[in-house]
Design a protein around this ligand. Sequence first.
Ligand code: GTP
Ligand code: PEP
Length: 204
Amino acid sequence: MSLWAIVPVKPLRRGKSRLSEILSEDERYRLNYYLLYHTIDILLQVEAISEILVVSRDSDVLTISREKGVRTVTENGAPELNNALRRASLFSKLFANEGVIIVPADLPLITSEDVSDFLAQRKEPPTMVINPDRHRMGTNMLFLNPAGLINFSFGTDSFERHCGLARQQGAEVVVYENPRIALDLDVPEDYEILQSSSVLPVLQ
Ligand SMILES: Nc1nc2c(ncn2[C@@H]2O[C@H](COP(=O)(O)OP(=O)(O)OP(=O)(O)O)[C@@H](O)[C@H]2O)c(=O)[nH]1
Ligand SMILES: C=C(OP(=O)(O)O)C(=O)O
């Protein structure tokens, strides 16, 4: 039995561009580097996850990930999150007979217990577990079983869209709302919330 985690990662010098008002390019690079390590370290501790797959077009991201002992897939085609996830999913669904969990690398507060608790919500397939962002608009964590249950549709207002797509497939949808999973680091306001929780030592 096999449950795969897929982690999409933008090039370290390009990711978190919406923070460019408050962080220099070097600071954003260091932040992205920290978030990549943090995400892999957390996922390595989650017992229910059998394989971790990082998808990126950045050779440094792929090298770091392999050094940490996780699988990688090189993104191809137009640089876009749903394309990258589709490619990783094509590979993982050959093996992931217990489904896939999508974990964006910009959830700085998550712990391995949060991921385990999220996965504990899964039902018999077809099923989807989803944790929206703190505005209940975006999608911050997604579990699908079977792995190809829906076509990924990340982007503006993806929370309701992902729920609708899964229901169209007759899947049982569980909405899980853990506030740590709900905090993704997108805009300066998110960064201010994080600074007050002292979880980003690399930039302090
Ligand atoms: N492989 C891959 N990952 C992506 C791509 N776009 C976003 N991601 C990753 O998907 C997750 C969520 O992305 P966003 O919240 O949009 O973060 P971001 O793209 O770094 O942020 P901005 O540059 O501010 O738009 C992060 O782990 C990103 O690194 C992409 O085109 N390819
Ligand atoms: C891509 C998404 O969000 P963001 O880029 O705002 O993190 C999403 O939630 O579907």
